[in-house]
Write a protein that binds this ligand. Structure first.
Ligand SMILES: *[C@@H]1O[C@H](CO)[C@@H](O)[C@H](O)[C@H]1NC(C)=O
Ligand SMILES: *[C@@H]1O[C@H](CO)[C@@H](O)[C@H](O)[C@H]1NC(C)=O
Ligand SMILES: *[C@@H]1O[C@H](CO)[C@@H](O)[C@H](O)[C@H]1NC(C)=O
Ligand SMILES: *[C@@H]1O[C@H](CO)[C@@H](O)[C@H](O)[C@H]1NC(C)=O
Ligand SMILES: CC(=O)N[C@H]1CO[C@H](CO)[C@@H](O)[C@@H]1O
Length: 495
């Protein structure tokens, strides 16, 4: 009896914790109930007790929970929330930031802002992110020691201490997203250049470990934690999306496996130090980015869900939030600060409630009739035509498919970083499709329906019309929409 009773007790939390479709929203609502101030201005509070806005870099990390909410769902209410949060953050933390000595702080600040720009299109967020990146890079990058790299803390304030993964990887990610946003190739050089420096100086390619940093002597600081591992994973995923470099994809795979095998307890992230691990947010979308882009969910889905179930089973009973040790009950600490809880919110957002199917990820989209691929032509700018072209393996023919919570799809070019867009949502037949800055409005949402022959019908949510190759066989032919008629010119193969 005793043995049976114990077994039931042990089994109970697992059953209660099975991941379901409302769990991410519920935990985000719990986070907002605990910490969101949404009166005359919108911000996350410092703690359960302290109602003032959370500090500048931690506040920026808090804001990423709302950015994750939007990225995963495409819900316009979250876009409004992100806009309000970033506006308040800038108003409370006006540049030039001379008082900020730590370059990684500027990394997190500008990361939240550039992600905010991608979500809202708010030019202020882009401007401040661009300012911040250039400020930190121009003062922090130093070739006098280690042949490059960015000082974690400015030598004027901290001496010649360390060049860390923290500052380099956060700012490197910002450089990548600045490139996606502006198409300015200077940022592509920084995106790749910082990556290569970290690879050579801090990363251990033999094991997949991202170490903490490097001293001017060249000696590596080998402290390990989930946030450095997660930021590097997400950074590698971004560099791979932008460059298509298979070596970088292999780095991402190794980094993920290292974290899973060496920085967890029985596979569960379990760091209970409240001052650390906020950056498991980066781990969450780094994991999802890698598994989605490369269509590898099948190999990792149960592990990702095990972590989500750990989060659900260990919520603090009073406010429904989970700390960073996802294998232990969250204490009811009155002084609770948002950064203790935000990683669990992020992990739930980025855990799909069912295993994603083969539509999720990076694809070439090929016409069944002609064999031509949908191609961005590398042409930047709102309104640029989308064309069809013979298969050439190039970035212009690579598209990232991701799903919104209404089950529609976003189709984003991996060379222009713009969305496939039906202009104005017009219902006209024979209309040429274009690219536009991602808005996730209905004219950028697509249904992608499997047909009995294994091809896909791809049709626009707003116009209701299907993508059609118009039987054109010449390179550069436009891509049009037409009423669905089931012909081979309207059937697409996802490769
Ligand atoms: C914040 O307040 C605005 C204006 O009252 C409201 O529209 C919005 O839904 C609120 N957002 C959240 C997340 O509570
Ligand atoms: C990279 O890390 C080194 C060492 O901390 C640091 O000096 C340098 O400023 C970092 N680079 C960036 C861009 O943060
Ligand atoms: C690209 O960005 C760099 C760094 O901010 C800037 O100096 C340069 O003027 C930009 N180039 C263009 C064409 O905007
Ligand atoms: C579609 O539009 C193109 C160019 O705008 C035109 O040449 C073609 O004749 C049109 N096709 C049909 C069937 O109307
Ligand atoms: C200490 C160490 O590096 N242990 C293991 C971490 O995980 C990788 C696989 O991902 C192993 O190869 C290492 O031995």
């Amino acid at each position: 009896m005793l043995a049976l009773g114990l077994r039931l007790l042990l089994a109970a939390p697992k059953m209660a914790a099975a991941l379901g479709s409302g769990d991410a929203v519920n935990m985000f609502n719990a986070f907002n109930n605990a910490f969101l101030s949404n009166g005359s201005s919108t911000f996350y509070k410092t703690s359960l007790q302290n109602q003032s806005p959370d500090g500048y870099w931690v506040g920026a990390l808090d804001n990423q929970a709302a950015e994750d909410a939007y990225d995963v769902t495409g819900d316009p209410a979250y876009k409004t929330l992100v806009n309000s949060l970033c506006e308040t953050w800038i108003a409370n933390n006006e540049p030039p930031w001379d008082y900020v000595n730590y370059n990684d702080d500027i990394g997190w600040d500008t990361l939240a802002l550039i992600r905010g720009y991608r979500i809202t299109g708010n030019q202020d967020f882009l401007n401040v992110a661009e300012y911040g990146f250039n400020f930190a890079y121009s003062r922090g990058w130093d070739t006098q020691s280690n042949g490059g790299g960015i000082w974690e803390c400015q030598p004027s304030a901290c001496g010649y201490s360390e060049k860390d993964a923290l500052s380099n990887d956060s700012l490197g990610k910002v450089a990548c997203i600045l490139y996606q946003s502006t198409h300015n190739t200077t940022y592509l050089d920084y995106c790749r250049g910082i990556y290569d420096w970290v690879w050579n100086n801090i990363y251990d390619p033999s094991t997949g470990a991202m170490n903490f940093g490097v001293y001017p002597s060249g000696q590596v600081d080998t402290a390990l934690n989930a946030y450095n591992q997660g930021t590097w994973l997400d950074y590698a995923g971004l560099v791979y999306e932008i460059t298509g470099d298979e070596n970088v994809k292999n780095d991402a795979q190794k980094v993920l496996d290292f974290a899973r095998n060496n920085l967890t307890s029985n596979g569960i992230f379990s760091n209970q130090d409240p001052s650390l691990n906020t950056w498991a947010d980066d781990m969450a979308h780094g994991v999802a980015r890698f598994l989605s882009d490369n269509r590898l969910w099948g190999n990792y889905y149960s592990w990702v869900v095990d972590n989500a179930n750990g989060i659900l089973a260990n919520r603090r009973p009073d406010i429904g939030l989970t700390w960073n040790a996802w294998n232990q009950l969250t204490p009811e600490d009155d002084a609770g600060i948002p950064s203790i809880y935000v990683s669990a919110v992020a992990w739930l957002w980025w855990t799909p409630t069912t295993q994603p199917d083969q539509r999720v990820g990076i694809h070439t989209i090929v016409n069944q009739e002609t064999g031509l691929a949908i191609d961005s032509a590398g042409t930047f700018g709102n309104g640029a035509q989308v064309v069809q072209w013979a298969l050439n393996n190039g970035q212009n023919q690579r598209w990232q498919l991701s799903q919104n919570s209404d089950t529609s799809w976003n189709i984003i070019s991996l060379s222009t970083w713009e969305s496939l867009d039906c202009p104005g949502g017009s219902t006209a037949d024979n209309l040429t499709m274009i690219q536009w800055q991602p808005s996730r409005d209905d004219n950028q949402r697509w249904w992608i329906d499997l047909q009995s022959d294994g091809t896909y019908k791809i049709w626009n949510k707003q116009s209701g019309k299907a993508l059609d190759g118009a039987s054109a066989t010449q390179n550069g032919a436009p891509l049009i929409q037409w009423d669905w008629n089931g012909g081979p010119q309207q059937r697409w193969i996802l490769q």
